[in-house]
Design a protein around this ligand. Structure first.
Ligand code: GRF
Length: 226
């Protein structure tokens, strides 16, 4: 196997996606290793989880910096110090400066809990419920200057159920996020993706897959015998 890509994970809170990436990277054949976890909040629960496991961590309190550029510069320096190849944003709640986004173009991933380009920005679960969609999900994409708009690496579909609240939908999508992010990072870290005209092309070599249907509704129609 070629050298594992070194990943810096940026968090601001709970860090459950970070945990999924850390756990995936423990497999000896995983194409990436976690070089450092940086939190924009010193009190982030995810940071404590990582510290308790002896992982390399850094708390950079964004409130202690003069502005966005200075904060981003400190993050950039830490990533370079730890010889990071790829960034994975995992619930990182700071908007990045254009300079930082440019420097890491094509090397920075984010996960968003909707099937982009639907429901960008804040409260995507509420947006999905308000729109009445029957399927939502999550998306891993490369970061670009426009929020939640970069080239899509992979998506997972999740049913929306009668009576869902933003919280219940979020819990269901989160389970899919924890599978999707390690999978998408592995695709990128193993060099199987390339960006062409703003879209991610993946070297799969496989035949066209079956279409996906609304899983819950399909079960109803087929009397539970799908
Ligand atoms: C996730 O839903 C992720 O998609 C979004 O923010 C949330 C972060 O959760 N960007 P966690 O901190 O990874 O648990």
């Amino acid at each position: 196997m070629s050298a594992r890509k070194r990943v810096g994970i940026l968090i601001s809170g709970r860090g459950s996606n970070m945990m999924a990436l850390v756990e995936a990277a423990q497999a000896p054949d995983y194409p990436a290793e976690i070089a450092i976890i940086i939190s924009s909040r010193p009190d982030a629960p995810g940071l404590k989880w990582a510290q308790d496991r002896g992982l390399q961590t850094l708390a950079l309190d964004h409130k202690k910096f003069a502005g966005r550029e200075a904060f981003d510069e400190a993050i950039h320096a830490a990533l370079v110090d730890h010889r990071v190849d790829l960034i994975a944003l995992a619930g990182f709640m700071r908007i990045q400066s254009a300079g930082f986004v440019d420097r890491w173009a094509g090397r920075q991933l984010n996960i968003h809990p909707s099937l982009l380009p639907l429901f960008k920005g804040l409260h995507p679960h509420k947006q999905a419920l308000d729109a009445g969609v029957k399927i939502s999900g999550c998306t891993v994409h490369f970061l670009t200057a426009e929020m939640d708009s970069g080239p899509i690496v992979a998506q997972a579909a999740v049913p929306v159920l009668e009576g869902d609240t933003p919280d219940s939908l979020s819990d269901r999508i989160l389970v899919a996020e924890h599978r999707l992010y390690p999978y998408a990072l592995a695709l990128v870290a193993s060099g199987r993706t390339r960006i062409e005209a703003g879209q991610v092309k993946v070297a799969t070599g496989s035949a066209a897959p079956d279409p996906l249907f609304s899983p819950q509704l399909e079960r109803l129609v087929n009397g539970g015998h799908t």
